[in-house]
Design a protein around this ligand. Structure first.
Ligand code: GLC
Ligand code: CA
Length: 526
């Protein structure tokens, strides 16, 4: 287990929307390098960069045409190596996005595999043996290649599934995941990983990590066995490299597949949405019952019921990663205002595990509902607009003409400059909490976690090592006799004791704690 993860706080960068240095309207790698000090100053010491490989960009780069080449619109491989180096010199680790389940239909492997004459890549993708065929439950495409067969997709039409085999082949064209042809796909993936690790990358966020072996059993036995093999390679040759999975089943991803971290995501049934997005995610009208909604009636118990068993089962082996959002999710500003977000992010950033902040969430960038789809983004596009730095043209994102920008600026939205200048802003709350997180080993990813109060109520109280954290999410102030609630944040000595950090006008006089509306406090034992 890489030791650096204990104190890691990630910043997710959508490269096309972060910072443009050559005025073409698209963010680039030199732009990331230019903003490393901003990221470091915010309190993040690790990056996850969304795919930046050569691609036709039909799924914003998740359709990889060449795994070993940086997309020219972002720069060159040398730029990326320079990013690794510069980041390391500032104590920042860098994860790239690994897309193992599929490539672009324009990848050379796929082109070769679609040829009628057998070749090295004939089995690299999942092909049936007749031009009009397929099996139920999987999308297949025919009519695109000279080969007499159809091929299976993993996501969009432009993303044919790489062949890691089937758990239990039932048709003669299906191969077992143990078949040498399928093991060759694993080897090819491991070559890609080695290439970037050898050039200075610190690991990978793994896209659709659970999708490798088709018709796998319920425990994902086949897929887990592949990741365990990959983890063995890392443990042996790259022990400081880290893997985080898009899986959202920590028991499988961490305990069985060997990932160091697994995301706690919004698009599967779990407790995450009950915190920030308890409404029908994509354009739904359901009333919001999120715990962090001040006028909602959500309760943290629903989250804990889902999370705690997962935490207990995995805490010795890896970390569950909370996200503020990601490039697939509506930004939490969709329904939460700044006062709600401050409390929400302060809480997420003081829970166990390794947290991820999506670029712009630290300043409360807005989810833009009515925006034209871009590069396969559809309803996700509103979460992918350019970072808003200052009050110069295009909010400092780019010097291009506004119509040249990758996506439009949110003219009404926040900027880093304005947020940094206002003392009680979301940005300053995130920055302060991260500072405290790095200063206190009690807030490390692996430090202990104990829930003191987490039932159907607006109060959530938990202990991390020697710290006690109290959260009030609603519009009513709450008073509590501290000993009775078993908080005992300080020594219990009489007299006024100051908490180490607060959001809101928190008051503790030695016996009674008053938590004003939407407040957050961290206490340290005297
Ligand atoms: C993951 C990515 C998403 C992409 C899909 C296909 O869910 O996060 O953005 O479209 O996989 O690669
Ligand atoms: Ca650019």
């Amino acid at each position: 287990m890489p030791n650096w993860l204990k104190d890691a706080v990630f910043y997710e960068i959508y490269p096309q929307s972060f910072y443009d240095t050559n005025g073409d309207g698209i963010g680039d790698i030199p732009g990331i390098i230019a903003k490393l000090d901003y990221i470091k100053d915010l309190g993040c010491n690790a990056l996850w960069i969304n795919p930046c490989y050569d691609s036709p960009f039909k799924d914003a780069g998740y359709d990889v045409r060449d795994y070993l080449k940086i997309a020219p619109r972002y720069g060159t491989n040398e730029d990326m190596y320079r990013l690794f180096e510069t980041a390391h010199s500032k104590g920042i680790h860098v994860l790239l996005d690994l897309v193992p389940g599929h490539t672009s239909e324009e990848h050379e492997w796929f082109k070769a595999s679609g040829r009628e004459a057998r070749n090295k890549y004939s089995d690299r993708y999942i092909w049936t043996d007749f031009w009009i065929s397929g099996i139920a439950g999987h999308p297949y495409i025919g009519g695109e290649c000279e080969r007499n067969g159809t091929y299976m997709l993993n996501f969009f039409k432009c993303q044919p599934a790489l062949n890691y085999g089937f758990f239990n082949p039932t048709e003669k064209w299906q191969k077992s995941y143990k078949d040498p042809a399928c093991v060759a796909t694993q080897d090819a993936l491991m070559d890609v990983m080695r290439f970037w690790l050898d050039n200075g990358c610190d690991g990978f966020r793994v896209d659709m990590a659970d999708s490798l072996v088709k018709d796998d059993d319920k425990d994902k036995t086949g897929t887990c066995s592949i990741w365990r093999r990959i983890r063995e390679m890392l443990d042996k040759d790259y022990p400081e490299a880290a893997l985080v999975s898009e899986w959202s089943n920590p028991k499988q991803a961490i305990n069985s597949a060997g990932f160091h971290m697994d995301f706690y995501l919004d698009h599967v049934e779990n407790g995450y949405n009950t915190l920030l997005r308890d409404y029908e995610t994509w354009g739904g009208t359901k009333e919001d019952h999120s715990f962090f909604k001040k006028d909602g009636d959500g309760d943290v118990g629903r989250f804990l019921k889902d999370y705690l068993p997962k935490y207990e089962a995995t805490k010795k082996k890896g970390y569950i990663s909370f996200i503020t959002c990601n490039h697939d999710t509506p930004r939490a500003t969709n329904t939460l205002d700044e006062s709600e977000l401050k409390v929400a992010y302060a809480t997420l950033l003081t829970l166990p595990g390794v947290p991820f902040i999506y670029y712009g969430d630290e300043i409360g960038m807005r989810y833009i509902k009515d925006i034209a789809t871009k590069e396969g983004g559809y309803t996700r596009t509103g979460t992918r607009t350019p970072m808003q730095w200052d009050d110069s043209a295009n909010c400092g994102f780019s010097t291009a003409e506004p119509e040249q920008l990758y996506l439009p600026i949110d003219a009404e939205g926040p900027t880093v400059k304005a947020q940094a200048e206002r003392k009680d802003s979301l940005y300053n709350a995130v920055r302060d909490v991260l500072k405290i997180r790095h200063e206190n080993p009690s807030l490390a990813a692996d430090a202990s976690f104990e829930v003191i109060k987490g039932d159907k109520d607006s109060l959530f109280i938990y202990k991390r090592g020697e710290l006690t954290i109290v959260v009030n999410t609603r519009t009513e102030a709450r008073k509590m006799a501290v000993p009775k609630l078993n908080v005992n944040p300080m020594s219990g000595k009489p007299g006024k004791v100051e908490p180490v950090y607060t959001i809101g006008d928190v008051n503790f006089d030695g016996t009674t704690l008053t938590m004003p509306p939407q407040s957050f406090a961290i206490f340290k034992k005297a």
